[in-house]
Ligand binder design. Structure first.
Ligand code: WTA
Length: 652
């Protein structure tokens, strides 16, 4: 197996340093006993009781996992409500005046919601949704930026058993329309607009556009007036404030959901041209994210916690909203970007809020390092107890910078590997138990089965690269996997004995069982922690007038991890050049959003193809990375690769 990263990637990742858990951290950590690993082995699957015990159930479950063949009915027979677990139970337990969400806006405004405030507003909005006709199991799409009304709307949906379908606000109207259709969703909550790096983005007009484009009619649309620029509201459109005011003081009983009932849908990029719909269920998902928030992030009710993930993606669902709130923690929610208005904004937030636990992405860490290494040191970050990363591989250099300059050498760093499909963390160190190895995520969490295999499904020897597969079901697994479905890319890949799920990642395992994740090996690329499907981008480009064919690959990027490289063949009669390049970029932004914008558009008369007509993407990746070109002998047109490489060199 080869991974797509540049040739020096594995060397950079091969940190062999070991760092023990800092003693002052261990002294107070929730999980400190190594025996937890054995306990999970010996008692599997009943060990997962431990995760379920972090929650309050209405009806207790009869069995943790009745059968180890699909369908996997985690916590069968149990009923619960996610909103009850994230809000009501803390109010009932006397924590009503503890801060649940401290919102820090882009422009310096703050809003604070205690658990009581959250209880009130979630109930009012739940009542409003019901009054709009939302019934149990109706899907409500939430197309909103990082404003408090987003988690409030998620919890209101959870309260009434209406699965939410959050769409990242940076995605385009077309992308929203596709996701409304895929979820068969007739209710939309959005906002008039928001600021990003000081300029206003009007979301409502994108939502209106999507409404026209979606194949079915929207019944109701709710608009949060965030900028105060809502303008005209048509039939079936209401402002959030108007609805909440009309239901002031309303209380809605949390509905009892079966453990297997869907809590939310989320779309991510897969290996086809279509977004991949992932459905997470109430019991297993919530147990998984709450348990890992406690065991890995070490979150406690008295903690203040900052996670920079956007709620539009899975990291924000699991570790801004559900996990931390289920534990009754204070979550700082940040609307803006780390470099606005200044590059010390994050350190400012940590200092001001005396943040205990900080969870971010390697791409952010690489930016911090690039901007000014001394910035974090000019702030008092001594409140920090634990640091985490997620979203991409972190190389040892960035890991160490984070550990030393942000954590002052006293905070463990948890490098957490997981995916939209896993719902919650799967591979990482338990920070109060395990030594850390910079660059390696760590062993699978207790109870998690992971293996690295070759193309035939055989386990590879230690320290050799292969495909990362999960070999045991886990509570946070999504509906499709519970039911025994295999996603296309999984089924196509290879045959491993027994149940397994192919993650799409390459990895290797060392002699201690620590997993180093090497990056995607399928047609998914990871740009600044954003997961993008090359096929989706290609189909957007091919839709542009004047384009005959396109191939998209990821090339290495110092800060973003990977960047989008688009190789394009023009149609006869069209000229390559600035005009077409601009239209290609616009086409991608319209179909997906600015996050998928190609870094480089390279016009080429031909694409490197095998004799059977398959595009050799690996070679295009080598070209993007300026790497030595791999074997070109099987190409129908070997000379074309050198030609393309020369063009890329000229453009960069
Ligand atoms: C990558 C984000 C290395 C990986 C939670 C995975 C990582 C994809 C790590 C999922 C990590 C995530 N080390 N790679 N700690 N965490 N990834 O679905 O390629 O947006 O398959 O979920 O991100 O991205 P997704």
């Amino acid at each position: 197996m080869s991974n797509r990263r540049g040739p020096d990637f594995e060397t950079r990742m091969a940190g062999d340093e070991e760092i023990p858990p800092p003693p002052q951290f261990v002294d107070q950590a929730t999980v400190t006993d190594d025996s937890v690993y054995d306990e999970f082995e010996v008692n599997w699957p009943d060990c997962w009781d431990r995760a379920a015990a972090t929650l309050d159930w209405f009806d207790p479950y009869e069995s943790v996992l009745p059968d180890d063949e699909p369908p996997f009915e985690w916590f069968a027979g149990g009923t619960l409500n996610a909103c009850y677990n994230c809000v009501d139970r803390h109010v009932e337990a006397g924590a009503k005046n503890r801060v649940a969400i401290k919102w820090e806006s882009h422009l310096g405004e703050t809003r604070t919601y205690t658990y009581q405030d959250l209880y009130r507003e979630v109930n009012e909005f739940a009542a409003a949704l019901r009054a709009q006709g939302v019934e149990e199991d109706d899907v409500v799409t939430l197309y909103m930026p990082m404003i408090p009304e987003l988690p409030i709307a998620m919890l209101a949906c959870a309260r009434i058993g209406a699965p939410h379908n959050v769409v990242f606000a940076g995605l385009s109207a077309d992308a929203l329309a596709t996701r409304l259709e895929s979820a068969d969703s007739r209710f939309l909550v959005t906002c008039d607009g928001y600021y990003r790096r000081g300029s206003a983005i009007f979301l409502k007009s994108k939502a209106d556009d999507a409404r026209l484009k979606a194949a079915h009619d929207l019944e109701e649309m709710v608009v949060v007036e965030h900028l105060g620029e809502t303008g005209h509201l048509g039939a079936g459109q209401h402002t959030y404030d108007e609805l909440v005011e009309a239901h002031a003081g309303a209380e809605v009983a949390p509905v009892e959901r079966a453990a297997d009932d869907v809590l939310f849908l989320i779309h991510t990029s897969g290996t086809t041209g279509e977004p991949k719909r992932v459905e997470h269920v109430t019991g297993g998902y919530l147990a998984h994210v709450t348990w890992t928030s406690q065991a890995v992030l070490d979150l406690k009710p008295e903690d203040t916690y900052l996670c920079t993930a956007n709620i539009g993606w899975i990291s924000g669902h699991s570790y801004v909203v559900y996990g931390p709130l289920a534990l009754g923690t204070t979550a700082v929610m940040y609307e803006g970007t780390p470099n606005y208005p200044e590059r010390d904004r994050i350190w400012d937030l940590i200092e001001e809020n005396a943040v205990d636990v900080f969870y971010t992405a390697p791409t952010a860490i690489r930016s911090f390092m690039k901007w000014d290494t001394s910035l974090p040191e000019s702030r008092d970050l001594s409140s920090l107890r634990l640091l985490g990363t997620v979203g991409e591989p972190i190389d040892p250099r960035a890991w160490k910078w984070y550990y030393e300059h942000v954590g002052n050498g006293t905070c463990p760093v948890v490098d957490t590997w997981w995916q939209t499909e896993t719902g919650g963390m799967m591979i990482t160190t338990l920070p109060g138990v395990k030594k850390m190895k910079p660059g390696s995520a760590g062993p699978p969490l207790p109870g998690v089965g992971a293996r690295v295999v070759d193309g035939r499904g055989e386990e590879v020897p230690a320290n050799e690269a292969g495909y990362l597969v999960l070999t045991r079901p886990w509570p946070g697994m999504p509906l499709a996997l519970r039911r025994g479905h295999r996603w296309g890319e999984d089924a196509a890949k290879f045959d491993v004995d027994g149940w397994h799920y192919f993650t799409g990642d390459g990895a290797k395992v060392d002699d201690d069982g620590y997993v180093t994740v090497l990056g995607r090996v399928d047609d998914v690329i990871n740009v600044s922690g954003h997961r993008l499907g090359t096929m989706e981008i290609e189909s957007a480009i091919v839709g542009v007038e004047g384009v005959a064919e396109a191939a998209v690959v990821g090339g290495n990027h110092e800060v973003k991890g990977e960047a989008v490289y688009a190789y394009v063949i023009t149609e006869d009669g069209y000229e390559e050049g600035e005009d077409l390049r601009a239209r290609i970029i616009e086409g991608v932004e319209d179909a997906i959003g600015p996050i998928a914008r190609p870094e480089q558009v390279v016009f080429t008369p031909e694409l490197p193809k095998t004799r059977s007509g398959k595009i050799m993407r690996r070679l295009l990746e080598d070209v993007a990375n300026g790497a030595e070109l791999g074997d070109t002998s099987t190409l129908r047109n070997p000379a074309v690769v050198e030609e393309i490489a020369a063009k890329v060199r000229a453009q960069s």
